[in-house]
Design a protein around this ligand. Structure first.
Ligand code: ZN
Length: 82
């Protein structure tokens, strides 16, 4: 009886640890994602579109260019990880 109780107690604490790990992992992922998003918008303004190099007052001449560039950056980062 004593052994059985101990096993259940151990199993419960293991489950709780798993839950905590999962929560902190997704929180870290989200933090990394927000950070990369922030960096994409904190680029120095050089008067030209980062995607097609057309003259513009911001980092990109249009939304399409910004999305294109962000996608390319994202894939470049994925490649580096591998
Ligand atoms: Zn452009």
């Amino acid at each position: 009886m004593q052994h059985r109780f101990y096993f259940i107690h151990l199993k419960r604490s293991l489950d709780m640890t798993d839950e905590v790990d999962l929560a902190s992992q997704s929180e870290e992922e989200f933090r990394q994602y927000s950070l990369s998003r922030h960096q994409a918008y904190a680029l120095p303004i050089n008067g030209r579109c980062y995607n097609c190099e057309e003259s513009t007052s911001g980092n990109f001449c249009c939304v399409e260019c910004r999305e294109d560039w962000e996608k390319r950056k994202y894939f470049e980062r994925q490649k580096k990880v591998d």
